[in-house]
Design a protein around this ligand. Structure first.
Ligand code: GDP
Ligand code: GDP
Length: 454
């Protein structure tokens, strides 16, 4: 009765990636040691310990759920991102660029006791170029004596500097109120308009042909549709019409401008990939067909699945394949992709343009699955048949009964099964497999979670 009404609210799912998409994103950026982590910890109520083990910790996620004054948003914490001391300027700018591209609004932290440095000025230029709302945090204003220093930061041209002591909490309330005022209620990245552009991330390790494919795709049908009404767009995104519909290729700046290969480049490449994936609805993972698949390729695919985005795998450089190698390659590929058999695969050549016209239809199929909702009645009829034909194994004389299931959300599809006991992992996988066999879901990860009811 009452419980079931709750189920349609979509609030019952574990994890938060689907929700995060639509939540507005606030990024905290600034030089090392200005107090970003201290501020972030204050916002998300994280303990000091996390700051302690910060150096060298490569975080596996870039956004964190946060709440202030009853409003939920995602926070991009760049405090834990590596910065090597050599070339620190470039690193700070690179971090800031990634964080800004993810964000709907930015808190820019400056150490008021030091004043604005050249590196700060560089970040200011990036912020201006992005056109995103910025709230300036003049940090380390622990007492009234330093307030004059804070006022000097008016010179940065970013408006009012908010004097803050992240350490003691002074002024953080006003700062956050201002940041939330600047933040839209829903993320530009998560906004879904019925005929709005769909968002694609083109990703893969260096030299697989991302830039070539992007040029091919954009060059073929280049209709720059900046005029699409009401579309918010980052300068780093590319808007194009393909097969009669607008598409946004996100974070193309990183693809076009080859990011210099220095130490830590892997880390930033992975961060960029993650940022692009978070902004996208569907990702094309490009793989070089002329070389063996590497761990890095697999990692990129995992990033897409973990973020809950739709997935298309494109094997590029197919022109380099000998006719007689192709059958072997097909078998090899099937083995490599055994974990993502559900993803559409296209073999293409970005160089010659061969089969690149198959990319967009594959993206459309993956997105359709990502958006798909199975009516509750159908889902339960399916589960009833499944359980009748293949009941959960008996363990220690007990057998959990499945009571009811519902699809709690789409994008990606998430299912919640209510049962009288815990369902074994093997059985959950079996349910997932049967769900795919029955309903398709080509190109989207799906999630099945279980709620135990007495
Ligand atoms: P991040 O590298 O920008 O993330 O900076 P951290 O948050 O790690 O802070 C760097 C140092 O500045 C730490 O020793 C903090 O305790 C200190 N710090 C941060 N905020 C304040 C502040 O408001 N006042 C003072 N006096 N020190 C602060
Ligand atoms: P990115 O680093 O992933 O952006 O890769 P690029 O697009 O810069 O391509 C890396 C290299 O592979 C360049 O020399 C391209 O000309 C080449 N390349 C890209 N696509 C193809 C393809 O389909 N066939 C062949 N033979 N070479 C390609």
């Amino acid at each position: 009765g009452e419980d079931l009404a709750l189920l349609d609210g979509g609030e019952l799912v574990d994890g938060e990636s689907a929700h995060e998409t639509a939540l507005p994103v606030l990024a905290v950026v600034g030089r090392p040691n200005v107090g970003k982590s201290t501020l972030v910890n204050r916002i998300i109520g994280r303990r000091e310990a996390v700051v302690e083990d910060k150096p060298g910790v490569t975080r596996d996620r870039v956004t964190y759920p946060a709440e202030w004054a009853g409003r939920r948003f995602s926070l991009v914490d760049t405090g834990g991102w590596e910065v090597d001391v050599a070339g620190i300027d470039a690193r700070v700018a690179e971090q800031a660029e990634i964080a800004i591209s993810l964000a709907d609004a930015v808190i820019f932290v400056v150490d008021a006791t030091v004043g604005a440095t050249d590196t700060d000025e560089r970040v200011v230029r990036l912020l201006r170029r992005s056109g995103k709302p910025v709230v300036l945090c003049a940090n380390k204003v622990d007492g009234p004596r330093v307030e004059a220093d804070a006022a000097e930061l008016w010179n940065l041209g970013l408006g009012e500097p908010y004097p803050v002591s992240a350490l003691h909490g002074r002024g953080t309330g006003d700062l956050l109120d201002a940041a939330l005022d600047a933040l839209p209620t829903v993320s530009a990245h998560g906004t879904v308009r019925p005929d709005g552009p769909r968002r694609v991330a083109l990703i893969g390790r260096p030299n697989v042909g991302k830039s070539s494919l992007l040029n091919k795709v954009l060059g073929a049908e280049r209709v720059v549709v900046d005029e699409v009404a009401g579309t918010t767009r980052d300068p780093v995104d590319e808007l194009v019409e393909l097969r009669g519909k607008p598409w946004v290729f996100v974070d193309t700046a990183g693809i076009r401008r080859r990011v210099h290969q220095t130490s830590g480049a892997d880390f930033y490449a992975s961060l960029r990939t993650q940022a692009a994936v978070e902004k996208a609805e569907v990702a094309v993972v490009l793989v070089d067909a002329s070389t063996k698949m590497t761990e890095q390729d697999t990692r990129v695919i995992s990033q897409v699945i973990e973020a809950g985005r739709a997935l298309v795998v494109a094997y590029n450089k197919w022109d380099l394949m000998d006719e007689d190698r192709r059958p072997f390659l097909e078998r090899e590929i099937e083995q490599d992709l055994v974990q993502v058999q559900w993803a559409p695969r296209v073999n293409v050549s970005a160089k010659t343009g061969w089969h690149t016209d198959r990319l967009v239809p594959a993206l459309e199929r993956a997105l359709d699955s990502w958006d798909m909702r199975i009516p509750t009645g159908r889902l339960n009829a399916f589960l009833g048949e499944l359980v009748a034909a293949h009941p959960h194994p008996l363990r220690g004389g007990k057998q959990p009964r499945i009571l009811f299931a519902t699809q709690a959300s789409t994008r990606p599809p998430r299912f919640v099964i209510f049962a009288t006991g815990f369902l074994e992992a093997g059985y959950r996988r079996y349910i997932e497999r049967r769900l795919r066999e029955t309903f398709g879901f080509e190109g989207t990860p799906i999630q099945v979670s279980v709620r135990v009811r007495e």
